[in-house]
Design a binder for this molecule. Structure first.
Ligand code: ADE
Length: 236
């Protein structure tokens, strides 16, 4: 998978070199390039923003640097470049979920455009959509200062689902948000710690009973903390 990131803070992404993603980068499974949006400005101050038409608070990111940056990544592919998805993290976007991560994990080429200030000129999304698939994606119902933190979170959620990225693929099966349920509680040795005991069923060696207990725990935990994730009760 190829990932391009456009940002005014390229140094922010140096953390990509560490952790699991660092290993995948070294092995060539995932190829990441970070681009400085200011390299596509042509004035002495390397300006990327301007005041909003119609007035209002804050600054808006200018279309020209974005247009050039995206052209330089997509090349002359024109309409043929439909294999690429360009993600703009935005609190005004559709919600990024585990299903979105699963879908994007099958992509060959992802581009992340990190906006700052009050957003990016709307025409950037429209023009980019003539050359690639465009998705405005939100991490959740809160506002960050820009798309960088959201991009890091999305890249981590997506790339760990790329085949070969996680040591044990089975560990992906019963985690939170797979099958629409939260994960079950986990325990390790010792069996007794500070007066707290591991649930006896987990020590029983009875695999069917353990699987049933874990499933019940997932349903019960989901009902308690995230009831909106469960299907509505069937009508009688
Ligand atoms: N940029 C600012 N806030 C954001 C959010 N909640 N999700 C994605 N990108 C953002």
């Amino acid at each position: 998978m190829r990932i391009d990131i456009v940002t005014i803070f390229p140094e922010f992404f140096s953390v990509l070199d560490v952790s699991l993603l660092g290993k995948a980068r070294q092995s060539g499974l995932i190829d990441v390039a970070v681009h400085d949006l200011r390299d596509h400005t042509h004035d002495r101050h390397r300006t990327v923003d301007d005041t909003p038409y119609g007035g209002g608070a804050g600054m808006v990111m200018k279309p020209e640097p974005w247009g050039e940056a995206i052209d330089s990544i997509l090349g002359d592919g024109g309409d043929a470049e439909t294999e690429t998805t360009v993600v703009f993290p935005s609190p005004a976007g559709e919600l990024f979920t585990q299903a979105t991560a699963r879908e994007l994990a099958t992509a060959r080429h992802l581009v992340f455009g990190c906006g700052r200030y009050e957003g990016i000129d709307q025409r950037v999304f429209e023009h980019t959509a003539t050359r690639a698939r465009v998705r405005l994606l939100s991490l959740g119902d809160y506002v960050l200062n820009g798309g960088e933190v959201a991009t890091m979170a999305m890249i981590e959620a997506i790339t760990r689902l790329v085949p070969g990225m996680v040591g044990n693929p089975e560990s992906l099966v019963e985690e939170s948000h797979e099958e629409g349920l939260l994960e079950y509680p986990s325990y390790t040795k010792p069996a007794s710690w500070r007066g707290l005991e591991v649930p006896p069923v987990l020590l029983s060696g009875n695999h069917a009973a353990i699987a049933a207990w874990r499933y019940e725990q997932r349903v019960e935990r989901t009902r308690r903390v995230r009831p909106e994730l469960l299907p509505p009760p069937a009508l009688d």
